[in-house]
Design a protein around this ligand. Sequence first.
Ligand SMILES: Cc1cc2nc3c(=O)[nH]c(=O)nc-3n(C[C@H](O)[C@H](O)[C@H](O)COP(=O)(O)O)c2cc1C
Length: 160
Amino acid sequence: MRSLVSLNVVRPRLRLMREAYFVDFALAMQEVVTIPLMVTGGFRRGDVVEEALNSGAADVVGIGRPMCVDVDAPKSLLNGAEELVRYENQLSLFPSYLSFLTKIRVLNSLASFAVQFWYYGQLFELAENGKADSDLSVFQAVKLHMKRESAWLKVRKKLG
Ligand SMILES: Cc1cc2nc3c(=O)[nH]c(=O)nc-3n(C[C@H](O)[C@H](O)[C@H](O)COP(=O)(O)O)c2cc1C
């Protein structure tokens, strides 16, 4: 009986933690904070969001990367979509046959920045064209980002 009870408690929490990696930390934070706590990181499924709220781990849940493309992501979950697109699992600077390169630390950092630039690129697409472009490759996103950065630097230099 005891083990059944603990299984019921542990199982949802494990599922929660697997998906939303800050839940563990949030539960510890809840012990000491008296203000509402917003937790962001890894939330992709509606049922996991509900679990985070119902378990008391989070008072508010944040969704980051999916919102750079799917601006209606929370609405989709509220309307019953099972989960959001996990862009993070699809994005890579290197094609799979070159993935061994990420074992080299500096290239791994470069690849992480490149993926982050892809998300920035989506925000620029939203701002400039009103819609994201999920077909943009990570490599294209890096090139665009470098171009934008050099344009900003030129303006900054002019301003002195
Ligand atoms: C375009 C973009 C910009 C971000 N900028 C910041 C930042 O300035 N400070 C920060 O703490 N986290 C930043 N993050 C991280 C997010 O706040 C969030 O912790 C992370 O994306 C994990 O949540 P998610 O799994 O829902 O994406 C950024 C993420 C993205 C995609």
